[in-house]
Every structure is written in structure tokens, then in C-alpha cells.
Write a protein that binds this ligand. Sequence first.
Ligand code: GLA
Length: 510
Amino acid sequence: MKKNWKSLHWMGIACALLLCAQGRAFAQTEVTGYWKFSSPTTGLDYLQLKQTGEAVTSVGRRALTGTLHDGKLHLATGTDANATTYDAVVKGDKFPATRVTHDGPWGGTDTGTLERVTNEEIHPTRLPLPDLRDLPDNGLVRTPPMGWNSWNKFHDRFDDATVRGMADAMVSSGMAKAGYTYIIVDEGWSSGRDANGKITGNARFPDMKALADYVHSKGLKIGIYSSPGPQVCGGYQGSYGHEEEDAQTFADWGYDYLKYDWCSAGGIYQSTWADLEGAYQKMGEALEKTRRPIVYSLCEYGAGDVWKWGAKAGGNLWRTTGDIADNWASMSRIGFAQPDIASNAQAGHWNDPDMLEVGNGGMTADEYRTHMSLWAMLRAPLIAGNDLRTMTEETKSILTNPDIIAIDQDLEAKPVQLLSREGTSEVLVRPLTGNAVAIGLFNRGDKPAEISFQWDSIHLFDNLGFGMRPPTVRDLWKHQEIPATGDTFTATVPPHGVVMLQTINGGRRR
Ligand code: GLA
């Protein structure tokens, strides 16, 4: 009996331990599901987690892996020292968490909250889109917009002071004088919505109106960034379901330009022409309703042949490609593919092959001259993406070359054309006002190349007629006039480089 009691006693303890272990297993929150990391500094970040045993991974865009062990959650984007990490003691559905990033000057420890959210918060139900119609032309940007945007250099790691500094530098460096006007705040400024549903800046952007006032006080214009989806690409607040309200807020704050990036809209709408156009038209209508002149920049990477309907949706410019990177392969792949769609650009409605990387350090000076020349030949928006406060004289001379900018901004509406392509040599030609012609001799190869064209082939573009040739051409990088002798023009073009010419108005018989 005694023995029995004893064994019962031990059985009881064993049972209690088992229950306790089970209890603990149950107490450890299962983290599978949707989570929102919010911090006053960086705003929101959504995570979709999947837990298997103690292993936790993230589903979707951000590849995080980690563990949930003894209630401690640790997630990381990789194993190297530069991985972004999340750490938290999981307790219920809302608890403090820290995120550590190593991303440029803003890397550091960010203390915030992890909170469980519903699928609907991340992927809300689809709201109706307007019936498609042609929006009236807002009359803005009759020549391609010129400015600066934060993304290429800073990603979302920048603040109000960075933007003010860039406005100062735009003026002091001579960029403003050269024609650069818009200072565009890309992803990273928004936080969430206040109790009235009004979009708010995060701790790095405490007063978006004051920022606009400052930029205006420098004689410049200012741009802002949002998305037709609930979040922009990096998780900050977007405009879904608040389009009219946000357009009005941007107008009230004094913004002159909106870049509207598809991002999470892909989780709600289809990537069909109708949905894309409808979603962009919705914001186009909202901007129109504010009656403030706001340049409307569509950013959906060229989906649904945006160049065929972007103007109808109210767009002043539309991205024609995925994101540019600061290297020759990316820039040249994008740039040399653009002449095919060049005829879709018209005054006030521009193809946008993405922002400039000039001065960011990933290309040689010759490659950056090619970048700038190609964008000018395409009549592309010239939106610098470097740190204007610290640029070298060489970078400045590339970005502010008045002859190249004049080609970009020329009012003649005829598109660029490919005159010849032989191996890695391409000659692009564009008619300019006053019967002049811009000619770009591009060497895509990695050795110097002799590139030629015949004067008679140019007369298809300048209305001067056969048998005529301009007395001189101007070399737009050497800033020299060159006599146009003979039937053929030949130049030696450096690897990945360019010779840019412009015929001087008028001609004489040969
Ligand atoms: C997309 C856009 C970029 C930039 C980032 C911000 O990738 O194409 O230009 O705005 O989003 O996340």
C-alpha cells in the first residue's frame, strides 16, 4: 500500500511534469501568421511568419529565418554581420521587439513593437476601381522633369535634414541653375495614420509641411511618394482606400509631385491593364480634385505597357522598366532598350527609364557620360540619385552639362531613332528644333571603337535635304565645334563611352 502510495506519488510528479511541459508547450505562442513591426523611427514593417517546431521563417519578400526557443524569437535575413535581425520575447499578440540593421548611416537598433495582425490588414478586400476614362492633361512638365530623388543613394535611410541639405546643395552646386527643380522624397517618410485617418510622417519626418515650405523657400519644388497598395514596397504606409484623402493631404502640405509605386497593390489588384489603369486613374482623379498642380509619376515598372495608357490615367511620366542599379550592365540594358518605345513620349507625358545613378560610384566617368547622354537622347526625366552635398567636380560637370541637358529638354517632338547598329556600336539620332539633329555614337563594347555615319543618312532627320551638310557640328562633351568635312563622320569612342554631337542650325551645299 505504502509502495502504491509511493508509486502514485512518483506517478503524480511525472504527470505534473508532463502536464507542465505540455502546458509550457501550449504557453509558447505559435507565431505563424501576420505580424506588424512598428517603430517611431522607421514606421511599419509587415512580416508573414511560418513556424515549424522551433524553426521560424518568413514568407514573401523578406527572407528571414530563425528560431522561437523558450519564448525568445530571433529572426535574421542571413548569417553575415550585415544581416537585419529581429529579437523579441514573445508574449501574447503584442510585445516589444528590437530590429537591428546595418544599412548605411541609418543602421542601428530600432526599438518597437511586434503585433499580430490579420491577413485582411495586410491584404484588405478589394475596393472598386473607377470606370476607365481619359483624364484631362494637367498641363505640367512640357519638357521632361528634372530633379533629385532620395532612393538610389539612401534607400529609406534618410531624414528631413538630409532632404533639406539636398535642397541647399541643389542650389549651391549649380544644379538648380542647370534646370534641376524637384526634390523628391521617396520611400521612408510615412508612418501610419492618425485617429482621423490622416497619413503621418515618421520620427525622421516629423513635419512634412515644414519640409515642403523649406524646399519652396529655396525656389525649388518638392515631391512625395506613396502606393496604390496599403504599404509601399518596404512596408511603410501606402494610400490604399485613402486615395482622395492622401491626395488632399499632399496638396495641403504643398507637394508638387507624387511618385506612386505599385508595391503591395499587387496583393489586391491583378496586374492586368484594366486594374493597373484603374488604380492609377483613381489617384489621378484624386490629384485632379485637389486642383493643385501636382506632377503624377507612375511607377509600376512598365507592366501592362503603361506607355499606352499612362497619359489617360493622368500620368505625367511612367516607369518603363524595373529598378536601375548603379552598374554598367543594368544601366545599358535599360537604356539601349528604350528607343523601341520612344514614340510614346509626348510633351507632358514621358517614358521614365528610372533615375540617374551618376555620381554613386558604381560606374566609370565614361559610363556615366553614356548614361546621361542616353537619357538625354531618350527625352527621359533627369532625376539625379546621388548625394548632391558631396559630389565631385567631375560628377557635377556630367550632371550639369548644359549642351546635354538642352538635348533632353529640346521642344521638338520627334522621337529618337536607331540609325545603325553594328556589333556593339550604336548610332542614335534625334531631330531637334530648328532643323538641328542630335547624334549619339555609343560604344557598348569594352574596347575603343571607330564609329561612323554618313551625312546623307542624317538628312532624313533634319529637313535640310540630301547634298547638304552642316558647316560644323558641336561635340557636346568636349564643348568644341568640329568642321563637318567629307561624306562621312568618324570618331574613336572609348569603351562603354559616347561621342555626342549636335549639328549647328543651317546647312550649306557640299
Ligand atoms: C521600387 C521603385 C524604386 C523605389 C523603391 C522603394 O522598387 O521602383 O524606384 O521607389 O520601390 O522601395
